[in-house]
Write a protein that binds this ligand. Structure first.
Ligand code: ADE
Length: 234
């Protein structure tokens, strides 16, 4: 998968993209991430990327020209499945959408700033508007980094043990059960006996029931009426 990110703060991606899963996805050849500085596309002699809002309200708006030129150049080079604008008024990102997006070949992510971007970019280029949560960030960069991480870890081969993405919270409609590692007794705080029993069937049922209980308590809205949510018998 190729992801092109359009931003006025390219440096914001250096940290998140140079570690852990995203770094590994790129190194293993599963993903190519190209960061474009929108300012490089400005034809303005001061390299401006924003201008005053028509109609007189306060704040600045990102101009069409540098963004349009950058997207046009990319679209002339390859076909894009999605051109995504990260914005707090977009569709809320969830695991199902990340799964769907992970099947794409080429994606553009556009990060907004200031008061927003000229509406005509949204009307004529953007195929999807996404929010990572009901709060306002200073720009779309952190949201684009979150979206990139959530997509890339789902590409087969990116995680060393593929099943670990499958057992993520949300992936099967449930939150993850609690997990433990050695020692089995830390100053009297004990790991549940069943997990040390070696009985695979009992361990599976315990994990399922704990996942169900955690989902019921923390995110009851995830348990729809038609979902199989009965406790597993041992
Ligand atoms: N830009 C600013 N806030 C955002 C959010 N919550 N999600 C996506 N993009 C944003």
């Amino acid at each position: 998968m190729r992801i092109d990110i359009l931003t006025i703060f390219p440096g914001m991606f250096e940290g998140p993209f140079n570690h852990s899963i995203i770094k590994r996805a790129v190194e293993k050849g599963h993903a190519e991430i190209v960061i474009h500085n929108i300012r490089d596309y400005s034809t303005n002699k001061h390299r401006n990327v924003d201008d005053y809002v028509y109609g007189g309200s306060a704040g600045m708006v990102m101009m069409i020209q540098p963004i349009a030129d950058c997207i046009d150049k990319l679209m002339a080079e390859r076909v894009y499945n999605e051109i995504i604008f990260l914005t707090p008024d977009g569709q809320l990102l969830d695991q199902g959408l990340s799964n769907q997006l992970s099947l794409n070949e080429n994606i553009i992510m556009l990060c907004g700033h200031y008061k927003g971007i000229d509406e005509r970019i949204r009307e004529h280029y953007i195929t999807r508007e996404l929010s990572i949560g009901d709060y306002v960030l200073s720009g779309g960069e952190l949201a684009a980094a979150v979206l990139t991480d959530s997509i890339l870890r789902l590409i087969p081969g990116v995680l060393s043990d593929e099943t670990s993405a499958l057992s993520d919270s949300f992936q099967d409609g449930l939150l993850s059960p609690p997990v433990y590692t050695r020692p089995s007794d830390y100053q009297g705080w004990k790991v549940p006996d069943v997990l040390l029993s070696g009985n695979e069937k009992e361990i599976k049922a315990w994990n399922y029931n704990k996942a169900l209980e955690r989902t019921r308590v923390r995110r009851p809205g995830m348990l729809g009426d038609n979902k199989q949510t009965d406790s597993q018998e041992l």
